[in-house]
Design a binder for this molecule. Structure first.
Ligand code: AFD
Ligand code: MN
Length: 388
């Protein structure tokens, strides 16, 4: 096994992006519970994200969601974020909440609806011009609920045409990441349901189009780390939306349902060179916690990614390759499992202190008084949520 110090030395490369919407109220179709201290504005969401980054040193970027985070002056918003020690990251489009999109957006049979959806994405790229963001994230709720409801192939053709117009608008250093999801809100078919569809469309578009892999968007039992390895090998993995789910797309605390799967994913991230910032693979979280307090939930999430990355960095790759080449099944598996079974938490606590960070970010947050402060200050107004 690689020695701990050498492994943790590489952790400095780990930089995560947290979603602005993780700090707002969220829930299920049955109920969205409000919580005291919930942000009312994107500025308050950024302040909460900055607290996560201050305590963990792990999350220097905040992803925006348009129109939820719409402001008049994005340059000022960028400066506000920078003053708090964070930057503005991926711009996430939203063509899943306007009534006009009830039967689809970029795939819609009506050119007027497609036009509005395309224009929304062009506006998102205008936002990127102002914030200096690199990635436009496109996740479409487009799909159908019943066989026969829509022309599956025709929708692909219209999708390709719409994406091509959006792609043409991207600037020199901008990218589009096309996110797939196998179901929900559409129940029979989704127009971008799997990595193959996203890969096919992004390949047709060109170099600046990549796949976004949301770890909560696969059928149960899917070998996600295989998809990670394949997309990295093809040069088409643009970003992750890390989250966790037991059954559907639950957007739970990262690693909560299956820390071993997160470890295996991070093993392929490291093997594929995607831990290095130069890889330009965005390690973003997509979280919507219903019950737990938002900020501690995000702290837990980023720490879980850090912990599984540290374990994955312990894998002795030379020994593993040798065992693999020799067909040493049990030996190769043992090399991987030795790393996974290693409790890296004490060494991580020391590592954090060596970098001037608190050894225990969750305890530090609880002792910081920040939650009481925002509970007392954020009275009135409209708490941010899925619609806000
Ligand atoms: C929902 C979607 C998808 C998307 C996110 C932000 O399932 O994961 O990335 O909203 O729009 O979680
Ligand atoms: Mn997502």
């Amino acid at each position: 096994m690689t020695d701990m110090a050498a492994a943790l030395d590489r952790l400095d490369e780990l930089a995560l992006e947290v979603p602005s919407w993780a700090y707002g109220n969220s829930g299920t179709r049955f109920k969205v519970f409000g919580t005291p201290g919930t942000p009312r504005t994107i500025e308050e969401k950024i302040a909460d994200a900055a607290k996560v980054n201050e305590l963990t040193g792990l999350a220097p970027l905040v992803a925006l969601h348009i129109p939820w985070d719409k402001v008049d002056d994005y340059v000022a918003l960028n400066a506000y974020a920078k003053d708090l020690g964070v930057g503005l990251g991926t711009v996430n489009s939203n063509t899943f909440q306007d009534d006009i999109y009830k039967f689809g957006s970029l795939t819609h049979v009506d050119a007027k609806v497609r036009r509005q959806a395309i224009n929304h994405h062009l506006e998102c790229i205008d936002v990127m011009d102002a914030t200096g963001s690199r990635d436009l994230k496109i996740w479409l709720a487009d799909g159908t609920n019943y066989p026969g409801q829509g022309d599956i192939r025709g929708r692909q053709d219209r999708l390709a045409e719409s994406l091509a117009e959006i792609y043409a608008r991207l600037g020199e250093n901008q990218r589009m990441v096309l996110e797939y999801k196998f179901f929900e809100p559409a129940f029979y078919h989704t127009d971008v349901p799997d990595w193959g569809t996203s890969y096919a469309h992004t390949l047709a578009l060109g170099e600046k189009a990549k796949v976004c892999l949301d770890t909560g968007h696969h059928a149960p039992g899917t070998n996600i780390e295989f998809i990670v390895a394949q997309l990295l090998r093809l040069g088409k993995l643009g970003s992750f939306d890390f989250n966790s789910r037991f059954y559907a797309d639950d957007d739970l605390i990262v690693g909560a349902a299956d820390p071993f799967q997160l470890f295996r994913i991070m093993c392929e991230v490291i093997r594929g060179g995607a831990l290095e910032p130069a890889s330009q693979v965005a390690l973003m979280l997509d979280q919507c916690h219903n019950l737990e307090e938002k900020i501690p939930g995000q702290i837990r999430s980023v720490l879980n990614v850090q912990e599984m990355t540290a374990r994955a960095l312990l894998v002795d790759r030379a020994a593993l390759a040798e065992a693999q080449n020799e067909g040493d099944v049990l030996g190769a598996n043992a090399i991987l499992m030795d790393a996974f079974y290693t409790d890296v938490r004490p060494a991580l606590a020391d590592w954090r202190e060596s970098r001037g960070l608190t050894a225990d970010p969750l305890a530090a947050y609880a002792a910081s008084g920040y939650q009481k402060k925002i509970n007392d200050e954020r009275v009135g107004g409209t708490q941010a949520g899925w619609g806000a």
